[in-house]
Design a protein around this ligand. Sequence first.
Ligand SMILES: [Zn+2]
Length: 139
Amino acid sequence: MTTQYKKPLPVPQGESDVFWQKAKQHELWLRRCDECGKAYFYPRDISPCCFSKKTSWMKASGRATLHTFAIVHRAPTPAFADDVPFVTAIVDLEEGPRMPTNIVGIGEPAPEKLRIGMKLQVVFEDATDTITLPKFKPA
Ligand SMILES: [Zn+2]
């Protein structure tokens, strides 16, 4: 959590500012469609289900299940060289949306511990003073 962070970082936009502000507080927040009640990810002003501008923010439970994953053995850029192998994944949040993330806290060898459908819990990696990344670990 310093200026030493060399990996690419998300750039908060107007529609996602709350998401990143809450992540900084170690909370996972989603956008919800007020027309039908569905939560969705990524955060945006118009809901993908009803194309409605009536949306609100909601705090997510942080619970999810593993939908799919890949083990990355070859760093996509030199910035990730110290991280390989690492796990990229798509998780099903308890509230419904799917979210791309990383699975952490599984030690090595990672693949043997990963199972589709396994229960996960959000954890937060403070990358810089302004960006905190939501990741998931086994629940
Ligand atoms: Zn909707």
